[in-house]
Design a protein around this ligand. Sequence first.
Ligand code: PRX
Length: 683
Amino acid sequence: MLNYFKIFSRTCGFKPHQNSLAQCFRALSSSSSKYSQGAPVTPVPEITEKYPHLKTHKDIYDFSLENPSEFWGEIAKSYLQWMEPFHTVSNCDLPNGKISWFEGGKLNASVNCVDRHMRSIPDQTALIWERDEPGTEQRITYRQLYDQVGRLASALLQHGVRRGDRVAIYMPTSPAAAVAMLACARIGAVHSVVFAGFSAQALASRVLDAGAETIITSDQAVRGGKVIELKRIVDDAVRECPSVKRVFVATRTGAEVPRSGIDIPMEEAMEAAPAECEPAAMDAEDFLYMLYTSGSTGKPKGLVHSVAGYLLYCMFTQKQVFDLRPGDVFGCVADIGWITGHSHVVYGPLATGGTAIMFESTPVYPDPGRYWEMVQRLRPTHFYGAPTALRLLLKHGDSWVTKYDRSSLRVLGCVGEPLNHEAWQWYNDVVGDKRCSVIDTWWQTETGGVCLAPRPSAEGAEIRPGMPMRPMYGIEPVLLDEKNNEISGEDVMGALCLKRPWPGMARTIYGSHQRYVETYLKPMPGYYFTGDGAHRHPGGYYQITGRMDDVINVTGHRLGTAEVEDVMDEYEPVAETAVVGFPHELKGEGLYAFIIMKNDVTVTDQEVKDTLKGLIRNNIAGYAVPDHMLIVPGLPKTRSGKIMRRILRKIAANQPDDLGDISTLQDPSIVEQIVQLHRQQVQ
Ligand code: PRX
């Protein structure tokens, strides 16, 4: 097998101790590189056979930008199984938020993910469920998957679920959850998977926002040896959701759990239903699913993905970015509650007829060797995880990795946040034994699939640590300055935007198309604004510098600071709060809450903090609980009353001597008081 990557230190003089992002930028920007040409790593025969003059990766990339209809039209015809062909590849008006691909086409996502493979490779394993208890994995073939999806789809119909209905799925990462997603897709219901770590409140608000009448859940979940009372949480949520008419309950542990009149035991319902269920002929632009993510306001937004465009882009990136080959076993350890789980545990691997691992546990259960023991046992060719887990594991030492056989691995991917240099090197050297491709992928819930990654690329093209580097076919990244002008050249930084629509982009925010247009398309008219900043290095390689809005990234989970503030502000003794992120060695970013109390409160500071922690846990989730809470006499505000978060971020990052100009503040003296309290209580 070819070893594509080059050791970074040799190509640009990077020293192992230079592991901060700033150092990384400097080292990278002073390096020079050559974009090597040659045959693409993963061929695109759908294009090169029809257009034989396209020889190199660059030829195909340029073609994808210049002739998007020809490019995506060919890919769509070849990758997807259509019930009726499309007549128009692309009909988009990006500035106004009208995105439409493959008009006239009809298809069904479950047919594409299951039926066609059930016919050609019925006995191939589709899903390997790596259950929480090590060594108890279960395999499910395409034939079995077909049977289960058909039965649940029939059961949903029998119980009154209809095309277009929204169905909330609140389950652990498991084949039952994948079956639930695909069964919805089969009948044209729109699934909304809610991460099973979210609280009852968070679930209820998502169910209400979607107007879901149906929830699919499990009796319990098991994660890291701990039991989570999923059904109980659902019951609490349902009390606040009069719209909910039925709750399908799958069996995970078989424990006695509370029952209610609207419960439907899922396995019994499936047993009683026919395995054959006619797939709904969906329009290309019909909604496949919605998935909530945090934005800069307090209200999470339900991003909607289309049937054809999403499935195509997800499938195409699954193959191209990860160089997927027949017989590969794709080991993505993401939870199905996030976009990575949708695209690379369920839809991507299944649509490509692959074998996917579904990982139910945690990286450290029962010990920090869990991932690699699993790799030895299940022999995946790919491992796709999150930088936060890698940073945690590298602290535990190499022996947890090296004692297991990892020779099956060919590609190591990561996603969700910047992979710092130290973690990249460890991933490459220790986990990959310096013989795997390390693929740092950049994308978002909104993009549906990977937009920047080292692959696809020309054969032999270098891979550099700490950056996703290259755009995917059809993706044209640009950097804009404060005046919305495109920044040209190399070694420049700006707001990362994508210049043209692509099939996988989210179509709307459920219930608020205006919010969609205002969030993504209006800030920089004519472009899709990602919310991230980026650095374009020599060679045209992109590195993400972080979010430009009030969204932070805690252990790879996206969180709006306003969401946490809204919960804390509800507590009677609290007058005002401001939450900011700060660099955190393991989590990527940590949360720091500054709290002002009302004048006449009698509760102690500790009581306030404990209550707030409980409220955040109950209203959002455990990962949203701030690492630090500081009760302060005031906040740094401009004369117009706006909180200067820049100052709070500096204090939270332990850089109080570098606050810049504070003379425009209403009361500059408040800053010194906050710094003093921070030094006494936190630093
Ligand atoms: O800030 C970027 C960061 O994660 C955000 C998207 O989060 P979410 O919608 O939850 O999707 C995560 C999984 C696709 C982005 O706006 N992000 C994602 N990948 C990277 C990244 N930051 C740096 N490097 C990455 N590879």
